[in-house]
Design a protein around this ligand. Structure first.
Ligand code: SAM
Ligand code: DTB
Ligand code: SF4
Length: 305
């Protein structure tokens, strides 16, 4: 962990150069993978994650929405595909899915796959048998974030613990799915905590194929609303360090792009980010629209892969 902390603290130019050099060894430096998100069940979540607008315990403006129909999900997936996304990620505000919920999600996964998209879901904690069912249905990726360092977890979430997250990640891995696992920065944590998160992610064996690095989207009514904003350069450092520690993982520049300038996003790509969430909504909050991202890609000579 000290080693990761000193990596994060490396002079900026040295850090970016090192991260970018590693990036070029393993990836097309101008290719970016595009994932589109859809909230298939919104709000009313029993968990108390301090960052999340969907917790029933936080007085936010999010309107609850029960599980969407397969037809609604497939219509959104088709739009995402037409816009150029390669992966479609379905998110549900559950602590863990009930068996009946899982039956419905499985129908969605099968339909999205039939459109020719990669599939991803994030549904909360899974039992091994549930992970196996999802894998059999053709789910390519399961997203389940560690979110922060072990030592800081209890400051942010009180309704589950770190081991719960690791158990679900093990179930996903054992079922043979690809793992998408990352975290959030800008939650008032220290650099040491960011180092702890990255060290924990890099220790997973094998390392996650996909690592979303989210910059906290501050939503009114959540406990973390009003947290002092993170220095954007520190965000870029986090991306660069993730790239160095997990050289063959896709590092995704995830939530929070609306608060980053185009120039800062370009620095993130230089530092090794090679995936984004694409489409004007994340789950309940905004994201740059497709035309704006297309324009940024054209300005930077990036292409979707
Ligand atoms: N309920 C499931 C769970 O927690 O695993 C899946 C959905 S949950 C919304 C997925 C992830 O979104 C969280 O793990 C967190 O990393 C991210 N997230 C939620 N609210 C966020 C916010 N305000 N800013 C940045 N990331 C956020
Ligand atoms: C991830 O790491 N970030 C995404 C996705 N996985 C599911 C979610 C971001 C949510 C941002 C807040 C919102 O839109 O509700
Ligand atoms: Fe629920 Fe997931 Fe939000 Fe936590 S992050 S409150 S588990 S939807």
């Amino acid at each position: 962990m000290e080693a990761v902390e000193s990596l994060l603290a490396t002079p900026f130019n040295d850090l970016i150069w090192r991260a970018h050099s590693i990036h070029r060894l393993h990836f097309d430096p101008n290719g970016i993978q595009l994932s589109t998100l859809l909230s298939v069940k919104t709000g009313g979540c029993p968990e108390d994650c301090g960052y999340c607008p969907q917790s029933v315990r936080h007085p936010t403006a999010v309107a609850q929405q029960s599980l969407l129909s397969t037809e609604e999900v497939l219509a959104a997936a088709q739009i995402a595909k037409n816009a150029g996304a390669s992966r479609f990620c379905m998110g549900a505000a559950w602590r863990s899915p009930k068996e009946r919920d899982l039956d419905a999600v499985i129908r969605m996964v099968e339909g999205v796959r039939a459109l020719g998209l990669e599939t991803c879901a994030t549904l909360g904690m899974l039992k091994p048998s549930q992970a196996t069912r999802l894998k059999q249905a053709g789910l390519d990726y399961y997203n389940h974030n560690l979110d922060t360092a072990r030592e800081y977890y209890g400051e942010i979430i009180h309704t589950r613990d770190y081991q719960d997250r690791l158990d679900t990640l093990a179930a996903v891995r054992d079922a043979g799915m690809h793992v998408c696992c990352g975290g959030i920065v800008g939650m008032g944590e220290t650099r040491r905590v960011r180092a702890g998160l990255l060290a924990e992610l890099a220790q997973l064996e094998p390392q996650p194929e996909s690592v979303p690095i989210n910059l906290l989207v501050q939503v009114e009514g959540t406990p973390l609303y009003g947290t002092e904003a993170l220095d954007p350069f520190e965000f870029v450092r986090t991306i660069a360090t993730a790239r160095i520690l997990m050289p063959t993982s896709r590092v995704r520049l995830s939530a929070g792009r609306e608060s980053l300038s185009d120039e800062m996003q370009a620095l993130c790509f230089l530092a090794g980010a090679n995936s984004i969430f694409y489409g004007e909504r994340l789950l309940t909050t905004g994201n740059p629209d497709v035309a704006r991202d297309q324009h940024l890609f054209a300005r930077l000579g990036l292409h979707a892969e």
